[in-house]
Design a protein around this ligand. Structure first.
Ligand code: NAD
Length: 537
């Protein structure tokens, strides 16, 4: 729980409410809770029963709120006078919103429901300041800041700092399996210690690319030292490896090595390796456990989490696949140091997507820190990977098989997949093969950025999104170096939509009704799609 403490007038309730909204957490105000439970205003409780009883009611309310788990809680200015309340804050993140007495008094004005105002404010301020300082994990000086600016500081302090915890563990709880995604630094080299118990597992089969051999060494050594008979297979780099041919070669390897159903497959690589290894693990011998060590940003925040596996057919991407949850996912952000910056940018598209569909508070974090993120700042990477994994884990837990909210993760992707297909045309070679494996003219994340921009324009065309929200898309995507303009037409994209496995009686889009409020399965008139695409040029 994130707990805001500070003197009356420091802005705990206003800021708390805005912050909770931005990070999509429930908000509780202890004063409101006490008044609601008693059916009386704070002043009425004070005048009727005195401060002593009020503090008891307040402590009970606070303990109950802290018990609820994740959320933002604003404490009344005098709550810390109670030793029980102070002790209960252990293990929670307390942020002191500091205001000078003059500013605090100016903000409070003559609020009639503040009985403590009748006392000596200077003395109170002096006595309470040391209590706030004693419990605070972080302090924000609010004097010269607007509430929105305090919220931005809070996002920086709390979201980033929480991610610095040694290993950030996110549980993904689905009918298909319950497992941990561990996010941290230097985690891959003791992979074996990060796995759940695997009864009967004797062998471990690691799949990676030749260019990632050095990254796979640590996990291999760790498996070997833990007693696994560990072996490695290298698959060619690139989307072409997501094929039945490459899957077939891996089946041969497993058969030759006498793999049995309790043995473990491990994918060390980007989304291509994760999708392929997961697919082979789910189909060989009717299913082996798989652990993933995603090494690209895109795979850490998206492809490695959620259990979708697949390979491509010449007719289209991911046409053969399964749902097969991994037994563990280890996101070691240190490996991102070697990732080409273009791949880092590509992954940022999926991070921005989480901001657009679920957590608007991520967007200012990305926009303001884009340069440092792209330069590989590990604290920022920890923060964005950790939060993205949490968001994806919540969505997957609510809808593992994409029958409802999981479809929101496809925001921008209807356009993006078609853009990827179109990018494949105009290159020599067999057209079907190009469909399945578009050349690297446009990276997945770049296509997703263009797709989200198109979806934002289409949402605006249909009266769902205002111009400011469309501009937010443009600014954030542009800040992280992703494309926001392209010359696209419906005639070009339509054939690709007809090949899409989600195409039923026509193309349907995930659109936004406002930032953070997506809606899936929206039909759009062809003219509106055409106008949206025109605005992209
Ligand atoms: N299953 C899902 O839910 C899901 C979600 C999103 C995307 N995907 C799939 O993911 C794939 C795209 O993933 P991607 O963008 O990671 O592509 P990728 O796997 O091809 O990796 C991109 C490039 O980065 C290199 N690389 C990866 N990690 C590296 C590191 N640490 N250092 C240096 N180089 C590194 C790879 O060798 C490759 O050349 C697509 O096939 C897409 O369909 C799947």
């Amino acid at each position: 729980m994130i707990v805001l403490v500070g003197f009356m007038g420091a802005g705990k309730s206003t800021v708390g409410r805005l912050f909770a909204e931005a990070v999509r957490l429930p908000f509780t105000d202890s004063d409101e809770m006490v008044a609601e439970r008693a059916g009386l205003s704070i002043s009425e409780i004070f005048s009727g029963s005195g401060e002593g009883l009020f503090r008891i009611l307040e402590r009970d309310a606070i303990l109950e709120a802290l018990d609820r788990g994740e959320g933002v809680l604003a404490l009344g200015g005098g709550a810390l006078a109670d030793p029980g309340t102070r002790a209960a804050l252990t293990g929670h993140t307390a942020v002191y919103l500091k205001a000078s007495l003059r500013d605090a008094m100016a903000r409070v004005g003559t609020d009639l429901d503040r009985p403590m105002l009748a006392m000596d404010p200077e003395g109170l301020y002096r006595d309470r300041t040391h209590l706030y300082e004693a419990v605070a994990d972080r302090t924000i000086d609010t004097d010269i800041l607007t509430p929105e600016e305090v919220v931005e500081r809070l996002i920086d302090l709390v979201v980033i700092d929480l991610a610095k915890a040694e290993v950030h563990r996110v549980v993904v709880d689905t009918a298909g399996g319950r497992y941990e995604v561990q996010v941290g630094r230097g985690l891959k080299d003791d992979l074996a210690a990060r796995l759940p118990e695997l009864p009967g597992a004797e062998k471990a089969f690691v799949v990676t690319h030749p260019n990632l051999a050095a990254l796979a060494e640590g996990p291999l050594r760790s498996l070997d030292e833990a007693g696994f008979e560990a072996d490695v297979a290298f698959v060619p780099e690139g989307e072409a490896s997501k094929s039945l041919d490459v899957a077939g070669a891996l089946y041969d390897w497993l058969a030759r090595s006498h793999a049995h159903r309790a043995d473990l497959l491990v994918g060390v690589g980007g989304g291509v390796v994760c999708d392929l290894t997961g697919f082979v693990a789910s189909t060989y011998a009717r299913g082996l456990p798989v652990a993933l060590v995603p090494t690209s940003l895109l795979a850490q925040v998206d492809a490695g989490v959620g259990g979708k596996t697949g390979v491509n057919l010449p007719h289209g991407k991911n046409l053969v696949g399964t749902f097969h949850q991994p037994c563990a996912v280890v996101c070691d952000v240190d490996v991102l140091a070697g990732l080409p910056v273009a791949e880092l940018r590509s992954g940022m598209a999926e991070v921005a997507k989480y901001g657009f569909i679920a957590e608007p508070g991520l967007l200012p974090l990305l926009e303001e820190n884009a340069r440092s993120i792209l330069a590989g700042d590990p604290d920022l990477l920890l923060a964005i990977v950790g939060r993205s994994v949490e968001i994806k884990a919540n969505i997957v837990a609510a809808d593992e098989r994409e029958q409802g909210v999981r479809a929101h993760l496809n925001y921008g992707h209807t356009f993006a997949h078609a853009i990827e297909q179109v990018a494949g045309l105009g290159v020599d070679g067999d057209e079907d093969a190009r469909r399945a494996a578009p050349p690297p003219g446009v990276r997945h994340g770049e296509a997703v950025a263009l797709g989200m921009m198109s979806a934002a324009y289409l949402s605006a065309e249909l009266g769902r999104l205002d111009a400011g929200a469309v501009e937010t898309h443009r600014r954030v995507l542009d800040a992280v170096g992703l494309p926001v303009k392209a010359s696209l037409g419906v005639d070009e994209l339509e054939p690709a939509w007809q090949l899409d496995k989600k195409y039923r009686q026509g193309v349907r889009f995930v659109l936004l009704n406002e930032i953070g409020v997506p809606e899936a399965g929206v039909e759009a008139p062809r003219e509106a799609v055409a106008r949206a695409l025109e605005r992209m040029s």
